[in-house]
Ligand binder design. Structure first.
Ligand code: MEV
Length: 468
């Protein structure tokens, strides 16, 4: 407001943007932020869904939408969990991730598959408030308040109750030792097959109103005690009691040998266990290690229309629950058995939200056999474990670059618009060389300019490779 006149002269500042049509939004954007507005407008529109009705669905997920941002949708077959075989959908842009999960799934399929169990499914939220009386008085009022919250939120909770969920518990938490007059109503919930964010937040907001009215009506309290300042009412994405465990195990001898027989199964198991210990000791390694787990987890969470930010935030908080950020997975060799497992809180759903609105999320769930939320927790956790196994397996054997470089080469070749024939030649040529953008470009230049059949002058390429 203060600088209105100054800002109004800036063409990059707009008012009423949300009211423009989609084409209007694109026009304004293209004209003010791009050098080639026509081309940009055409490109943005080229990513619109062919069917306007379907496009409308995507537009309405969010606000100020101008186009769709595509991500690859892949699948991992052969994922055996508790004896059931799944083909798991993954949405991820990073190369090698789906290939790694697929190879881990196949590896464990031959060794009995993954096991998974849901340990608990509780979700939580808090009414944060300030109160200016003695905690003893509040504690005394809690049984009555609890009853009232249960009764007076029934219009919100009745459907969930019919499905077997609802409010599980309401606790008073005294945090006045951390912040003057600060209390919480800590409420826990069962939300059945839904992630339950809307249900929890609506119930919490209603509980906050009930708390205010309840205290204001207590004649035994002083005028000051009849007042409460509600700071906020909101679910917590930290759900350590919505926990699932995924695991694999097999005799060490069944791990086979690695690196063309150069690494024995025993050495592999030893190095794997050490790598997991390191990820538990060292936060630098733990972060990358857990990132590898989330490569798998986020991809399935996204493919099934769930909230990956919530899942990530919770997973990282859980990884730091001891006061230090550590690995989410563990490994040990015991009596000749290699054991590898992952404990992860996953607040996800298979009904409600995007899960049924996004056409491909719906297909993902159908592909997975229309799972319950608990089944999906197991599938997601096992995919995280598969991803983690594949990453650590590569790290302690060949290193990850070997696999990555193949994909990296393909990406560069695509970028340089290599023909099918050039791709074939490049794959053979770079089989034993370091891949870099410059090296691939030079290779293609030479290939494209060298007379047919003439051998390529490799020293230039080797020189470039050595420089890297
Ligand atoms: C790459 O996206 C993920 C890894 O770095 C994970 C790890 O190091 O464990 C390979």
């Amino acid at each position: 407001m203060i600088h209105k006149t100054k800002y109004m002269k800036n063409p990059k500042i707009v008012s009423g943007f949300s009211k423009l049509t989609k084409t209007g939004k694109i026009r304004w954007l293209a004209e003010n932020f791009f050098r080639n507005p026509e081309e940009v407008a055409r490109e943005l529109k080229s990513f619109w869904y062919g069917d306007p009705q379907k496009q409308k669905i995507f537009d309405e997920f969010s606000e100020n939408t101008i186009s769709n941002f595509y991500l690859p949708y892949g699948v991992v077959p052969n994922v055996m969990i508790n004896g059931e075989v799944y083909c798991v959908p993954m949405v991820i842009e990073e190369s090698s991730v789906v290939a790694a999960a697929s190879s881990a799934a196949k590896f464990w399929l031959d060794r009995g598959g993954f096991k998974a169990e849901v340990i608990s499914t509780k979700k939580v939220g808090q009414v944060h408030f300030e109160w200016y009386g003695s905690v003893k008085k509040l504690e005394k009022l809690m049984p009555e308040l609890r009853k009232m919250i249960h009764a007076d939120t029934a219009h919100i909770t009745c459907n969930m109750k019919k499905r077997g969920g609802g409010i599980v518990d309401i606790e008073l938490v005294d945090l006045t030792h951390l912040e003057d007059n600060y209390y919480q109503l800590n409420m826990s919930f069962e939300t059945c097959d839904s992630m339950g964010a809307n249900f929890i937040n609506s119930t919490l907001e209603e509980a906050a109103r009930i708390l205010r009215n309840f205290l204001s009506s207590r004649t035994e309290l002083s005028a000051k005690e009849r007042e409460v300042t509600i700071i906020m009412a909101i679910l917590s994405n930290y759900t350590p009691e919505c926990l699932v465990r995924a695991s694999v195990e097999c005799p060490v001898a069944d791990l086979e040998s690695f690196n063309d027989g150069e690494m024995s199964a025993e050495t592999f198991a030893y190095k794997f266990e050490k790598a997991l210990k390191i990820a538990s000791i060292d936060t630098y390694r733990a972060t990358t290690h857990n990132k590898g787990i989330f490569n798998g987890i986020d991809a399935v969470v996204l493919a099934t229309g769930n909230d990956f930010r919530a899942v990530e935030a919770c997973g990282h908080a859980y990884a730091a629950r001891s006061g230090q950020y550590r690995s989410l997975s563990y490994a040990k060799v015991e009596d000749g058995i290699f054991k590898f497992w992952l404990d992860i809180p996953l607040a996800i759903g298979t009904v409600g939200g995007l899960t049924n609105l996004h056409p491909l999320a719906r297909r993902s769930l159908e592909m997975l056999g229309t799972p319950s939320a608990e089944d999906l927790m197991k599938i997601i956790a096992c995919t995280g474990l598969a991803q983690n196994f594949a990453a650590v397996k590569s790290l302690v054997t060949t290193g990850i670059q070997k696999g990555h470089m193949k994909m990296h080469l393909m990406n560069i070749l695509n970028h340089l618009e290599a023909t099918e024939k050039e791709v074939k030649e490049a794959v053979v040529y770079f089989a034993d060389k370091i891949v870099s953008f410059t090296a691939v470009r030079e290779f293609l230049n030479l290939l494209r300019t060298a007379p047919n059949g003439m051998p390529l002058p490799t020293p230039i390429l080797l020189y470039n490779n050595n420089k890297k």
